[in-house]
Design a protein around this ligand. Structure first.
Ligand SMILES: [Zn+2]
Length: 455
């Protein structure tokens, strides 16, 4: 409306000027290079106006001609970009739909049309992965890793592949670099921690774990258990007795029920001649949670004692949790060694209703040694294969079983995967754990075939 009004005003002005000029009297004569022009002033003014108009039109045409190729190229580029993004979007949809060949075709189209390697490489890598072309996928992820804008995505793709390939060393290096780029990602913190712990990089793993716990990536309980295991492992590996003791004291304080830490601490104290401290460490741990590893370490403190003295020694530890299964078994065995058959039988009575191989062997000993009843002893031993298995350290990752605890499974290297529990009833594979303190690595006492001499 305003533009129309403006236009009308302009038109009126031009018409008014033209009329005014036409009404003005006057002649113009121009002599120039042998030419003579004679006209009225009004016509000349109109001619000048017409010339200005023509020049303006020509200038406009010239500018348009100069810009035209650029505009053409820009329009074409815009069209290609639109097509490229469309191919990219459809390619991602094809990946989501699991259509590998369509995804690959669209990835190629998108990367031809778009000058955006970060986006098209990701689609190309995903399409290649979907089609099972691991080499191409890895090539794309490597290219992404080399570009600072896409380094993290590249690292993530390569990390996933390294984990699939079981190349834990490469996975660890990739995860650590990725964590430098994005230190707060919960999944990455957990993954890096797990790889560091598996590799036995305890210091780095402890730092990552603390970070993960601080950011809520792992629960406090998980962090506590993992830290206890790492402290114990570090103490087993260090050559510095002072450092080992320091680490184990922290482990025991963190998890009083974790027998391996208490066993390690008692062993360190005993080696340093601090017998009382060793005794205290084991008593404290036993009162928190009885465990046969504690019992073995306790017996190791009085290895040269007579059978009767050993029984009294065990009675001291088992004052707390006297009715516990481990207390009863250890006392029954010591009673047998001391030829106190009645006491052994009494202690085993309750356990004999649901016997484990350990109970079965002790019952057979009672029958044989007290009454020389070979038949009854054999009857007990025949129950051994069908008996509920005794607990062992069982790897929750691979199922491997071990008589001693280790921070990393001796079979699959999984970190903190060993739990003390009855193993499933399959053939037992005995593997010596890779890292054990002396006290913990003592073999389970064998049941002697003949009555032990009393001391
Ligand atoms: Zn394992």
């Amino acid at each position: 409306m305003r533009r129309t009004l403006l236009y009308l005003i302009q038109l009126a002005l031009i018409v008014a000027v033209a009329i005014w000029l036409a009404e003005q009297p006057g002649e113009v004569r121009i002599d120039w290079m042998g030419w003579r022009v004679e006209t009225s002033a009004a016509i000349l003014a109109l001619l000048v106006l017409a010339l200005v108009w023509v020049l303006a039109v020509l200038r406009g045409m010239w500018l348009w001609l100069r810009r035209a190729p650029g505009q053409f190229v820009e329009a074409r580029r815009e069209r290609r970009r639109e097509e490229g993004y469309e191919a990219l979007g459809r390619g991602l949809a094809a990946v989501a739909a699991g259509d590998a060949s369509e995804a690959r075709r669209l990835a190629r189209k998108a990367s031809n049309l778009l000058d955006e390697p970060p986006l098209t490489r990701l689609l190309s890598a995903q399409a290649a992965q979907l089609g099972g072309d691991e080499v191409e996928a890895e090539r794309q992820f490597e290219a992404m890793r080399a570009d600072p804008a896409t380094e993290f995505i590249g690292l993530r793709g390569l990390l996933a592949k390294a984990l699939r390939d079981g190349d834990r060393e490469r996975a660890l290096a990739l995860a650590e670099r990725a964590l430098e780029l994005k230190p707060g990602l919960p999944w990455l913190l957990k993954q890096t921690f797990s790889l560091q712990a598996e590799a036995g990089k305890w210091r780095a793993a402890m730092g990552t774990l603390a970070d993960a716990a601080g950011r809520g990536a792992v629960t406090k309980e998980v962090a506590r258990r993992a830290r206890t295991a790492m402290l114990t492992a570090r103490a087993e590996e260090t050559d510095d007795p002072g450092e080992a003791k320091h680490l184990l004291i922290e482990a025991v304080d963190l998890s009083p029920c974790f027998a391996p830490a208490a066993v390690g601490l008692a062993h360190r104290h005993a080696t340093a001649g601090a017998q009382r401290k060793a005794i205290k460490a084991l008593e404290r741990a036993w009162s928190a949670a009885p465990h046969p590893d504690l019992m073995r370490a306790w017996i190791a403190l009085k290895v040269d004692a007579s059978a009767l003295d050993r029984l009294r020694w065990l009675q001291r530890l088992t004052q707390t949790h006297a009715d516990n299964r481990e207390s009863r078994l250890a006392l029954a065995e010591a009673s047998l060694d001391a030829q106190l058959w009645g006491e052994a039988r009494r202690l085993l009575q309750d356990l004999a209703s649901q016997p484990t191989p350990r109970v079965v062997r002790l019952m057979a000993r009672v029958e044989r040694e007290e009454r020389n009843d070979i038949e009854a002893a054999r009857a007990w031993l025949e129950r051994q294969p069908s008996a509920e298995p005794d607990p062992l350290w069982v790897c929750s990752a691979c199922g491997a079983q071990s008589t001693g605890w280790a921070a990393r499974c001796g079979n699959c290297s999984a970190f903190d995967s060993l739990d003390w529990k009855p193993p499933p009833r399959i053939q037992r594979i005995e593997r010596p754990p890779p890292m054990l303190s002396q006290a913990a690595s003592e073999p389970v006492p064998e049941i002697p075939p003949t009555p032990a001499a009393s001391g």
